[in-house]
Design a protein around this ligand. Sequence first.
Ligand code: BDR
Ligand code: CA
Length: 311
Amino acid sequence: GRKIIIDTDPGQDDAVAILLALASAELDVLGLTIVAGNVSLHYTVEAARKVVELAERTEVPIYAGCSRPISKPLVTAEHVHGATGIDGVDFADPTVPVQSEHAVDFIIRTLRAEPAGDVTLVTLGPLTNIGLALVKAPDIAPRVREIVAIMGSLHQGGNITPLGDFNTYVDPEAADLVLQSGIPIVMVPMDITHQVLNTRERLDAWRATGTRCGAAAADLMQFSEAFDLEKYGWGAAPLHDPCAIVYLLAPELFSGRTINVRVSTDGTVSTGMTVVDWWRVSGREPNCDYLLEVDVPALYDLMTERLALLP
Ligand code: BDR
Ligand code: CA
């Protein structure tokens, strides 16, 4: 399968994304690298352990990474995700070990060891681990096949500040550094994820798979939806991180434009905003494929089919 490292800050939607990846034979998950974000590093690491145990895939190694962004204090979102990041399901206390190597060092070691152009990085949280890996080992940049990143917003504003989506806002310096690395990037922004709405019928279809993981995925999303239901008033909450995995499985479901994106790091009220050059007016070279449209029914069909394959 396609070799991927999932860099993540679980988070209910991160947890569902991990389940989806583990259910998919096309993907070879080399490791989970964990970052602080939705909740503190202690809880994001614990959440990742619980998720691999739920999926009975404890051979997938877990590496703890950075406990805070590069140059500002950590902002978390317990008001959305609960104290553990994955409130909503009663998980057993995890026993699977955490690797002793730091996530940043695992990323560097793996990119140097695998053939150049083989490894894809999937980022579901703030970009701190990837940014620091690029600072520590700039030689890895040309070896990355692609980064598929849940971040950014053009037409949807922000979800943590008026202009900042959570992953970009929490570590804007890391996000901008990654965008300027020369690595091919596919950006899966809020413009996509705000079209992907967890209606009750869609969550019930996951439950109807009859699998423990399908039910857990639905229960997780139902826990974290309360805040979004009130915030947006759409009658259903958006689904973020699994969209990156669906993109890897079925890129033909998405369309967008190859353009330049930078991140505002020096703003006051705009810090963490993605500056998306949709009309190519900046003169800056394109640095990412910015996705804007998605086939939503097909996305849910694929997710349901895959969740059915798990325990
Ligand atoms: C992102 O923020 C987090 O809360 C979610 O897990 C997702 O990665 C959406 O902006
Ligand atoms: Ca996330």
